[in-house]
Design a protein around this ligand. Structure first.
Ligand code: NAD
Ligand code: DAU
Length: 350
């Protein structure tokens, strides 16, 4: 039985990953280490909480003693590091927190795993540390071209700079110690359980409550959208078959601008839920500082080496996602009645 230490497993992608892994594999043990910040939500994991092969530990990835204790107690085969501060707007306001969690947290995990996995010559067999990174480390694209694994890193926001710093630390552990690692860099994820501060769940939630839909700047910034389950599949494949020391970009040629996304959501809600919801809800607001214009991933390497491809087109994924939020209104209500509502009032002033 393989044992996975999944960090940040109560967040959006981490919880989807835990569900994906238990569906796909019979014989695995997952330890979920999560600090339960505003973004961590144990409701995301209700379906697995009684699974004897699932263990939840509340704690901080920066807490070296706690992480060492986990490596002493369990024979951990894989570390999958999702834990992070993940929202660009928050990083612009609180850069220090992002450096602490995303950089210091990553080095803490790496160093403890290295000590636990070291053998007489090299590392014990079958161990791997996987860093879940982001396409934002490459910076911003013009109209042409794609991010490749060889594209030089050029992060702009405190968030992407902290993720790039973490990537360099992971690379350093490979270059210096030959520690078994992989880095995945994916594009914007969407799907169930995403905290409604990010574009898609925020717009769905605001359509539900008939609140204004805040569009930063001209709304023509482009992101490359990836359905979260396709991302989970990629991580599983990289863990199993990724060449040690390699970076894999994960994305699916699903580039859309923000206004297109918002209008798609409005149109679905208008036609299927509430015909009074329309484009008059769109409100252009001040642009994000240092707003990256375009992200676009070249996924050829993971496709050619591991046979990964995204199964969900944007048109199918967005409808599945909108339906999920409508079918899970209580999930959203529990979040939006607390910290989110304060956050929204404070920063959107609408
Ligand atoms: P999220 O904000 O939804 O979840 C982050 C989780 O990490 C939360 O459960 C939170 O409680 C936990 N956490 C935060 N600080 C912690 C700490 N110090 N110790 C332990 N746990 C801590 O994030 P997400 O969108 O699921 O993203 C997961 C990872 O994927 C992040 O590393 C992010 O940079 C990366 N990523 C996300 C996207 C995306 O579109 N969401 C795209 C590319 C990469
Ligand atoms: O590319 C991967 C990254 O995608 C991840 O590494 C990050 O963790 C994740 O948060 C996401 O970052 P973005 O900044 O691209 O996502 P966000 O949902 O915050 O914004 C998407 C686009 O929508 C961006 O151009 C800003 C715009 N936007 C966002 C919000 C929240 C708006 O116009 N209005 C909004 O209210």
């Amino acid at each position: 039985m393989k044992t996975y230490l999944v960090t940040g497993g109560a967040g959006f992608i981490g919880s989807n990953f835990i569900h994906y892994m238990f569906k796909k594999h019979q014989d695995i043990h997952i330890i979920n280490l999560d600090k339960l910040t505003y973004a961590g939500n144990l409701e995301n994991l209700k379906k697995v909480e009684n699974n004897p092969n699932y263990t939840f530990v509340k704690g901080d990835i920066c807490d070296k003693k706690l992480v060492e204790g986990l490596f002493k107690k369990y024979d951990i085969d894989y570390v999958v590091n999702f834990a992070a501060e993940s929202h660009v707007d928050r990083s612009i306001r609180e850069p220090e927190l992002f450096a602490k969690t995303n950089v210091v947290g990553t080095v803490t995990l790496l160093n403890v795993a290295k000590t636990a996995w070291e053998a007489e010559s090299g590392f014990k067999e079958g161990k791997k540390y996987l860093q879940v990174s982001t396409d934002e480390v490459y910076g911003s694209l013009g109209k042409e071209g794609y991010f490749m694994e060889t594209t030089p890193l050029d992060p702009h926001s405190p968030y992407s700079s902290s993720k790039a710093s973490a990537d360099f630390m992971v690379k350093a552990f490979y270059d210096t110690y030959k520690m078994p690692i992989n880095i995945t860099r994916c594009s914007n994820n969407y799907g169930p359980y995403q905290f409604p501060e990010k574009l898609i769940p925020l717009m769905i939630n605001n359509c539900l409550g008939k609140k204004p839909l805040p569009v930063y700047g001209d709304g023509l910034n482009i992101r490359d959208w990836l359905y979260v389950e396709d991302h989970c599949k990629a991580i599983d494949m990289v863990l199993e078959s990724g060449r040690l020391g390699q970076v894999y970009n994960v994305g699916g040629h699903n580039e859309r601008n923000n206004l297109y996304i918002i209008k798609t959501i409005i149109s679905y809600v208008h036609d299927n839920v509430d015909s009074t919801v329309d484009e008059s809800l769109i409100k252009h607001v001040e642009d994000r500082k240092g707003h990256d214009r375009r992200y676009g991933i070249d996924p050829e390497k993971i496709k050619n080496e591991l046979g990964w491809y995204p199964e969900t087109s944007f048109e199918i994924g967005i409808v599945k996602t909108i339906k999920w939020y409508f079918d899970n209104k209580d999930w959203m209500k529990n979040l939006t009645s607390g910290a989110y509502e304060e956050y929204y009032k404070k920063y959107y002033k609408m």
